[in-house]
Design a protein around this ligand. Structure first.
Ligand code: PGA
Length: 228
């Protein structure tokens, strides 16, 4: 089981350190934990990853960080393809694939996010899979350090996760494209995590809002510890 926290644009460096110190005391057991804080709050922890970086060692990319800045903290995990970067920051599939290739070459564990908007979901499962296929373009779905995260855009930050049936069906379809772990993301919280991670083809969760409170996050790790 993988339980990952995406802080997005939340928490200061000081707040993050406080959070990590609490987390450091927790026995993760058989659960693989990952935490993605903002770039200003990177620290050296095995379980820490970057929410984003530019596919470069260094250079002239104003406002971005590159490999050099990640190496300073021994960061070896990265989120790529998150829907907020696709839809708010306007990242194209071509650029996302370029980023994937760069960090794959550098041996990063890549948490690659995919997910459809509401208008696509309304058309049914076949339309969803066609949409997700486009997000697979240029992506090595058998990369040994790939973790796929299925996050329907309409379930992110809304408080309403996809239904158990929708998760089950979509993950089963995604399984046909990869043998790597598949996480579910989108309004996961202590109240619904157990039902979600108990499903076949769900290998963990990527949690936004509900991960911001460290006790909530620890609670979710504890629940995941009880699941094979
Ligand atoms: P959420 O975010 O848990 O707040 O829905 C999930 C994500 O975007 O990774």
């Amino acid at each position: 089981m993988i339980v990952a926290a995406n802080f997005k644009t939340n928490k200061t460096r000081k707040e993050t350190l406080q959070y990590l110190k609490t987390l450091d005391e927790v026995d993760f057991g058989n659960v693989k934990v990952a935490v993605f804080p903002p770039a200003t709050a990177l620290f050296e922890r095995d379980y820490l990853g970057a929410q984003n970086a530019y596919p470069t060692i260094n250079g002239a990319y104003t406002g971005e960080i590159g490999l050099e800045q990640l190496n300073e903290f021994n960061i070896k995990k990265i989120l790529i393809g998150h829907s907020e970067r696709r839809h708010i920051l306007g990242e194209s599939q071509e650029f996302i694939a370029e980023k994937f290739e760069f960090f794959k070459k550098e041996g990063f564990e890549i948490f690659y996010c995919i997910g459809e908007p509401l208008d696509v979901r309304k058309k049914g499962i076949d339309a969803v899979i066609e949409y997700l296929k486009i997000q697979f373009e240029g992506i090595d779905l058998e990369y040994e350090k790939l973790v796929l995260a299925y996050e329907p855009v309409w379930a992110i930050g809304t408080g309403v996760s996809a239904s158990i049936e929708e998760i089950k069906e979509t993950h089963a379809k995604i399984r046909q494209f990869t043998s790597k772990p598949i996480l579910y993301g989108g309004s996961v919280k202590p109240e619904n995590i157990k039902d979600i991670i108990s499903l076949q083809n769900v290998d963990g969760v990527l949690v936004g809002s509900a991960s911001l409170d460290v006790n909530n996050f620890i609670n979710m790790i504890e629940i995941a510890k009880g699941i094979e």
